[in-house]
Design a protein around this ligand. Structure first.
Ligand code: PHE
Ligand code: FE
Length: 291
């Protein structure tokens, strides 16, 4: 959690000080990067893999935000702002609304490869930034930021946060080739990258805006339910309407538990049953609200 320190400016931005990373920190990056690289071919959606390639984020080591920001800006007008950790919600939303992605700078330690309580630079840069190279997703993230400021004013942050959780962080997408990952919380987790697609246990349900907004989530274990979109345009179109009347409508409806199914759910049928293996959980990951 960001500490309201004297050293931060009002937007909580800091300097990345790229030259100060140690060889050990770069080595941890390489370990994480190479492991996810192997896992994500055939599991991450093509838009993510394309973005990762085009960004030139690589196995060599922790990237310099200045270089990365130039590539990103040229593609979609997004930039990266270095922050010390989670920032207050209004600050976070304002960043997104201005097409700036707040990224942490620190990297987890070698003994935390699978388990981390808060977002680090690997999650923020490798998980989130590649999709910001995609024009439709880039616009969705900006709209989310604007919607966040509005939801704060309306007292419906909780409903909107669930949308972020189940799309930006833990979303799945149905492609011609089969089910793929686009959620950053999954993409930066070795265990969940496999679990979300191949384990029998979690629910995989077709995206429905109201259903998502009513669904509670767990921050300290793999998800019990994933929502599947057809493509980013569907997500963008579904979230375009004014949420104010939707918030009013769902305010009177009960929350849905993370593992529950309801009668209107449309389950996503796995395209390739051969990949189902009832897999084992491979290390927990703990996440926080803005991961
Ligand atoms: N349409 C939403 C609103 O009125 C804004 C939004 C767009 C929120 C996309 C999230 C994602 O509030
Ligand atoms: Fe995140």
């Amino acid at each position: 959690m960001a500490n309201i320190g004297q050293n931060y400016s009002s937007d909580f931005s800091i300097e990345q000080n790229w030259q100060d990373y140690s060889e050990e920190e770069h080595a941890v990056w390489r370990l994480l990067f190479e492991r996810q690289q192997r896992l994500l071919v055939g599991r991450a959606c093509p838009e993510f893999l394309d973005g990762l390639g085009a960004l030139g984020v690589a196995a060599e080591g922790i990237p310099d935000f200045r270089r990365l920001g130039q590539v990103l800006d040229a593609a979609t007008g997004w930039r990266i702002a270095a922050v010390p950790g989670l920032v207050p919600d209004d600050v976070f939303f304002a960043y997104l609304a201005h097409r700036r992605f707040p990224s942490t700078c620190f990297i987890r330690r070698r003994d935390q490869l699978d388990y981390l309580q808060e977002p680090d630079i690997f999650h923020d840069i490798c998980g989130h930034v590649p999709l910001l190279m995609n024009p439709v997703f880039a616009d969705y993230m900006q709209a989310y930021g604007e919607g966040g400021l509005k939801a704060l004013g309306l007292g419906h942050l909780q409903h909107l946060a669930r949308l972020y959780w189940y799309t930006v962080e833990f979303g799945l997408i149905a492609t011609q080739e089969g089910l793929r990952i686009y959620g950053s919380g999954i993409l930066s987790s070795a265990g969940e990258s496999v679990y979300c697609l191949e384990d029998r246990r979690p629910n995989r349900i077709r995206f429905d805006l109201r259903r998502v907004m009513r669904t509670r989530y767990c921050i300290d274990d793999f998800q019990q339910t994933y929502f599947v979109i057809d493509d980013f345009q569907q997500l963008f179109d579904a979230t375009r309407p004014d949420f104010a009347p939707i918030y009013d409508e769902i305010a009177s409806q009960p929350d849905i538990e993370p593992d529950a199914l309801i009668s209107s759910d449309r389950k996503f049928d796995q395209a390739s049953p051969s990949r189902l293996n009832g897999g084992k959980k491979m290390g927990r990951r703990l996440t926080a609200a803005q991961v």
